[in-house]
Design a protein. Structure first.
Length: 362
C-alpha cells in the first residue's frame, strides 16, 4: 500500500487507473476506425478520378474474330489491389496483351486521370485506328532521324484477320506515310490491300515474327545510327539508368543474316526472343515488339536512345551499371506495355498538332 494512503484510497486509485486505461483503449480503437474510414473515403475519391488503376475499365464489349480465338480490343488487365498511401500499386500485366502474367508496380499518379487505350465499337474502327497510329509512328521516326533510305519497317496485325499485317510501302520516306498508303499482306506474300511494293525484308522479318508469336500486335525495325553502332559488338544493354532498365532481362542478342530475305529468319528471331520484347540484331540494328503500335514504337525510340547513352558513357570511361536488384525493381515500375503506350501519347499528340491530314482522321 502506497505510503500515506488508506485501503479505500488505494481501491479508488486502482479503479481510476483501470477506467482511464479502458477509456484510452476505446479512444485508440475509435481513432483506428476513423483512420480506416478516412482511407476508404480517400480511395473512393481516387477511384472516381481515375487515379486508382486497380480495377480494369471497359466501355464496350470485346470482339472475337471468327477466324481466330485471339481476343481483340484487349486491355491491360489489372486485378483489384489494396491501395497504400504514398506507395505504388501492385498490379499484373499480360505481356504483349494476353500472354504470361508478370508482377508490376505502376507509380501512383497525383490527381487527374491517366489515359487508357481505347475500346472500339467495331473491328473496322479498330483497323482504322491501328493504321492511323502506324502512319503516325513512321512520321515520328522521321522526326527523330530514324529513317534510312529504303530500309526500315513497322508492322501492325490486322484486328480481324490475324494472319494479315499492315506495312509501309517500299522506298516511301517515313515522313510522308499516310494511312491510305499502307499495304496489307500475309506471310505468303499475298497482297490484300494497297498497290505499293513491299520490302521483301519487311515481309521476311515481320511476317515471321507475327506468325510465330500471336501475342505480337506490332513490330518495329529500322537502321538507326546508334542501334547499328551498338550492334557491332556482341553484348546487351547495361542497366546504366532508369531508361536502360526498361530492357533489363527483356531483350536478346540475335546473330543472323545481315540481309534478311527468308521468312524463316523472322521465325528464328521470334523463337530467340520468346516473351522478351526487344532484340539487338548483331551487325544489323534494333527490333522491338509490343501489344500496340504505340508500345512497339516508343520502345524502339527508347532503345535507340539507350544505345546512344551507353556508347557516350563508354567513350568517357569505365561504366558503373546498376545492380540486378535495382534494375529489376526499376523495370517492374516502368517496363510494362502500358507505360510504353503512355510514353507514345505525347509524341502522337504533338504530331497531330503539326499534321492536319492525320489530325482530321483522329
Amino acid at each position: 500500500m502506497p505510503c500515506g494512503l488508506t485501503s479505500t484510497d488505494c481501491f479508488i486509485h486502482i479503479g481510476v487507473n483501470r477506467y482511464a486505461r479502458k477509456q484510452w483503449t476505446r479512444s485508440a480503437r475509435d481513432r483506428s476506425r476513423a483512420c480506416k474510414r478516412d482511407v476508404r473515403r480517400a480511395v473512393g475519391v481516387a477511384s472516381a478520378s481515375g487515379a486508382d488503376l486497380g480495377k480494369p475499365r471497359r466501355s464496350g464489349p470485346r470482339l472475337v474474330s471468327a477466324r481466330s480465338k485471339l481476343v481483340t480490343n484487349r486491355r491491360w488487365t489489372m486485378p483489384s489491389v489494396r491501395p497504400r498511401m504514398n506507395a505504388s500499386f501492385s498490379t499484373k500485366e499480360h505481356v504483349m496483351g494476353h500472354a504470361e502474367v508478370r508482377e508490376l508496380q505502376i507509380p501512383k499518379p497525383i490527381g487527374g486521370r491517366l489515359p487508357e487505350p481505347p475500346v472500339f465499337a467495331s473491328l473496322d474502327d479498330e483497323r482504322q485506328h491501328r493504321k492511323l497510329k502506324l502512319a503516325a509512328a513512321f512520321r515520328i521516326f522521321a522526326r527523330f532521324g530514324l529513317a534510312e533510305g529504303i530500309a526500315g519497317h513497322i508492322t501492325v496485325r490486322d484486328p480481324e484477320f490475324h494472319d494479315r499485317f499492315w506495312v509501309n510501302p517500299y522506298a516511301q520516306h517515313f515522313s510522308s506515310v499516310h494511312p491510305d498508303d499502307l499495304v496489307c499482306i500475309d506471310e505468303d506474300a499475298h497482297v490484300y490491300h494497297g498497290t505499293g511494293p513491299v520490302n521483301a525484308a519487311a515481309a521476311a522479318i515481320h511476317c515471321g515474327i507475327h506468325g510465330a508469336n500471336p501475342d505480337v500486335v506490332a513490330a518495329a525495325h529500322t537502321h538507326t545510327p546508334f542501334g547499328r553502332a551498338f550492334s557491332a559488338r556482341a553484348r546487351l544493354l547495361a542497366p546504366l539508368n532508369q531508361e536502360a532498365c526498361l530492357f533489363h532481362e527483356d531483350h536478346v542478342l540475335f546473330r543472323g543474316d545481315v540481309v534478311v530475305l527468308a521468312t524463316e529468319e523472322g521465325r528464328r528471331i521470334a523463337q530467340t526472343m520468346g516473351t522478351k520484347r526487344a532484340a539487338i540484331l548483331l551487325n544489323h540494328g534494333l527490333l522491338t515488339v509490343g501489344s500496340s503500335v504505340d508500345a512497339a514504337a516508343y520502345r524502339f525510340i527508347a532503345m535507340e536512345r539507350c544505345c546512344q547513352v551507353q556508347l557516350l558513357a563508354e567513350a568517357a570511361g569505365p561504366i558503373e551499371p546498376l545492380s540486378d536488384e535495382e534494375a529489376q525493381a526499376t523495370r517492374a515500375q516502368l517496363g510494362s506495355d502500358y507505360v510504353a503506350w503512355l510514353g507514345f501519347q505525347g509524341l502522337y499528340q504533338q504530331l497531330l498538332r503539326d499534321n492536319p491530314d492525320l489530325r482530321e482522321l483522329a
